[in-house]
Design a protein around this ligand. Structure first.
Ligand code: SAM
Length: 274
């Protein structure tokens, strides 16, 4: 191995370890090439000559820009409206009726990417409980990546992100804003708020408990110990008997006694402590 290849390898390992330590995003050995490719793009956009320069910049006092760029590049942001309809059907049939008389509805989408999931939940609430329910609804969407949070706030999506959404709902809750682009209506958007937030940093800074938390398609990027830390920290900000929705492939059963398995992708908070 040449000197520069060796330096690149060491720098890649420095950045990989930093990502896992600070963001919980775990790149196993089989995905190092993917990480290298993603970091190559960051290196280019920041005008850095080597990976070593980037690894060093991570630890400088003014490293924020580099850190944010790496966090964004290292995360997989794939998402779309009405993803995994089986879980959403249960949310609609079993969970939403429990909110009918609650004065305030508080939900959190804990890794929301560009917001598609957040707006999907608001649309399901408007459909199930009536549009006036949106006035007492607060859905928070958070993500570690700053660019996806900006896009979530804008609420504008290309047509292919709406393919799984029933056509009549697209008509009701999205307006065309140019060629094949659609914007979520204002009444849906006012029920939704977005913030950048890192799930690795707990305890989470919320004063009021959530009735349900969506943490879908993100846990499988974390190691089992980070998964356990995250789902326990989510339990701390979820009300007693509250619900957690994950992807059907992400199972909390082995992770924490604080969550009781209900069905694939759905758990409820128990009274047990860790
Ligand atoms: C595949 S998307 C999932 C989006 C949506 N929940 C869904 O199921 O369609 C995963 C998201 O998790 C975010 N993410 C990764 N690590 C995170 C962390 N430590 N804190 C917050 N968000 C994180 C990524 O930026 C990405 O947008």
């Amino acid at each position: 191995m040449t000197q520069s290849a060796l330096a690149d390898d060491t720098s890649l390992e420095t950045i990989r370890a930093w990502l896992e330590r600070t963001c919980a995003i775990h790149y196993p050995p089989g995905k190092r090439a993917l990480l290298q490719q993603r970091l190559g793009r960051v290196q280019q956009s920041l005008g850095m000559r080597t990976l070593n320069e980037m690894a060093n910049a991570l630890h400088c006092p003014d490293s924020r820009e580099v850190q944010l760029a790496i966090m964004h590049a290292a995360s997989t942001n794939h998402t779309y409206f009405f993803r995994e309809t089986d879980v959403l059907d249960q949310f609609r049939k079993d969970f939403l009726p429990t909110l009918a008389t609650r004065p305030e509805i508080r939900l959190w989408s804990a890794a929301c990417s560009t917001g598609d999931e957040v707006y999907t939940l608001a649309i399901l609430i408007a459909e199930a409980l009536g549009p006036e329910a949106l006035r007492r609804t607060h859905i928070l969407g958070t993500d570690i990546s700053a660019p996806v949070i900006e896009r979530a706030e804008a609420g504008i999506y290309p047509r292919d992100r709406l393919e799984q959404m029933p056509a009549d709902l697209v008509q009701r809750y999205l307006r065309p804003v140019g060629l094949n682009r659609f914007r979520v209506t204002d009444d849906i958007r006012t029920a939704c708020t977005f913030r950048r937030m890192n799930l690795k940093k707990s305890p989470y800074p919320f004063q009021h408990m959530f009735q349900a938390v969506f943490c879908r398609n993100v846990l499988y990027y974390f190691t089992p110990s980070d998964q356990a830390e995250v789902v326990n920290a989510i339990a701390d900000v979820t009300e007693r008997g509250g619900w957690m929705f994950t992807s059907v492939t992400e199972n909390l059963r082995e992770l924490s006694p604080r969550w009781q398995y209900i069905s694939n992708g759905i758990s409820r908070k128990t009274d047990k402590l860790t």
